[in-house]
Design a protein around this ligand. Structure first.
Ligand SMILES: *Cc1c(COP(=O)(O)O)cnc(C)c1O
Length: 397
């Protein structure tokens, strides 16, 4: 019988062959002694069982991290990158060529929107930005040259969900691939590959590394697709993960399920506290029955994660000032998924002008969720009472 996930993650790093050390070892070597008759010099010759050669191709510490992440994702294989954006851009640029069409969420991580608005069109790639929570809208966006549907689950910063199995079926019926950035849900919230996606992507910077001291990304999928991605995007684009980041990530994997349980518990209580607060007009959190897609959240997410967004009545600036000057637990900072609680105000009009660039009707729909702006809040692992007391302090109680 195979072992449980927690046991597998803790035991993923094999004992060091020479020292028999019981924890993962860190190998910072950039190249390895090789017999030239045993390796090819082109990335295109790289076999999955090839001897170690050069660290941009493969490094033993990064490889151990990849094995553990594949286990976490229940994937055949994983490939690590220097950041979440390196992982996402690798998938997009590997699978899209001039004349191809890609569908992106119209609300998602800002750097992905900007890549879609500004970079992909320079390479002759057509981009549609659609509300991926609406199946009919996505269905209408497919064209004969659509190669890829890229999704984000849930969508940053409004925590909007999508029906992943239905969207995968739809995309595959159009012979398009599906990649899912499930960073915010974490692999313990959702496993996109099991729901039909071709690629599952995570920014390791967030929940998986979990301590706010690592930049990294990962793409998981079939052995064949990941091997191809390693040859092309990994080796040629060169956005490979540093062994130190891989080592820190491996170390974090042992505590991921314990941390996610705490993130979810604290976030649920924080969301309920905020929802009952007189100065709060709206709370967006998939674990709240008031979330517009609560039924879908219950069905799709096995952990509601630690990210929530809320809107305040009246003057948001006073709240922002107290966050900067009086907060004792929360830090006014972007990012998410670390042990420290973080909060950052995202002004809807400023987002619209920079990364969203939605048509007017879609921007109005965005404002139904986000009003004039949200405090995007990453609930950390501090004591629940301290988190709630600080929320009250920030709201001016
Ligand atoms: C942070 C984040 C990214 C980008 O990850 P980096 O590691 O910062 O490059 C992509 N998608 C989502 C949903 C994120 O939260």
């Amino acid at each position: 019988m195979s072992q449980g996930l927690q046991t597998q993650l803790i035991h993923a790093p094999a004992p060091h062959a020479n020292t028999r050390g019981t924890s993962a070892s860190l190998d910072l070597s950039s190249s390895f002694q090789v017999d030239p008759t045993q390796v090819g010099f082109s990335a295109m010759d790289l076999q999955t069982d090839a001897p170690l050669f050069y660290a941009r191709w493969q490094n033993p510490t990064v490889a151990e991290c990849e094995v553990a992440l594949a286990c976490l994702e229940q994937a055949e294989a994983s490939l690590c990158f220097a950041s979440g954006m390196a992982a996402i851009s690798a998938v997009l640029l590997q699978h899209l060529s001039a004349g191809d069409h890609v569908i992106l969420p119209n609300v998602c991580y800002a750097a992905v929107l900007e890549l879609g608005h500004d970079t992909l069109p320079r390479f002759g790639i057509d981009v549609s930005f659609v509300d991926t929570s609406d199946l009919d809208t996505v269905a209408a966006a497919f064209r004969p040259n659509t190669r890829l549907l890229h999704l984000e689950l849930p969508n940053n910063p409004i925590l909007r969900l999508c029906d992943l199995p239905a969207l995968c079926e739809l995309a595959h019926s159009h012979h398009a691939l599906v990649s899912v950035d499930a960073t915010i849900a974490s692999p313990l919230g959702v496993r996109p590959l099991a729901l039909g996606a071709d690629f599952s992507i995570h920014s390791l910077t967030k929940y998986i590394s979990g301590h706010g001291d690592v930049l990294g990304g990962v793409v998981s999928g079939s052995q064949e697709r990941i091997a191809k991605l390693r040859q092309d995007a990994g080796i040629h684009f060169g956005g490979c993960m540093h062994p130190m980041a891989a080592w820190l990530t491996l170390r974090s994997l042992a505590t991921l399920s314990a941390r996610m349980a705490m993130h979810q518990n604290n976030a649920q209580l924080a969301a309920e506290f905020l929802q009952n607060h007189p100065k709060v007009s709206q709370v967006l959190y998939p674990g709240l029955p008031s979330h517009p897609q609560y039924a879908l959240a219950q069905e799709q997410l096995s952990n509601s994660s630690g990210l929530l967004s809320f809107c305040v009545k009246g003057d948001y600036q006073a709240v922002q000032t107290r966050l900067l000057q009086n907060a004792e637990v929360f830090t006014s900072a972007i990012s998410l998924g670390k042990s420290h609680s973080l909060m950052f105000y995202l002004d809807s009009h400023a987002l619209q002008a920079s990364s969203l660039r939605l048509p007017e009707a879609d921007f109005q729909r965005y404002q139904e969720w986000a009003k004039d702006g949200v405090f995007r809040t990453s609930i950390g692992l501090e004591n629940t009472e301290d988190i709630l007391a600080d929320l009250a302090r920030i709201l001016g109680d």
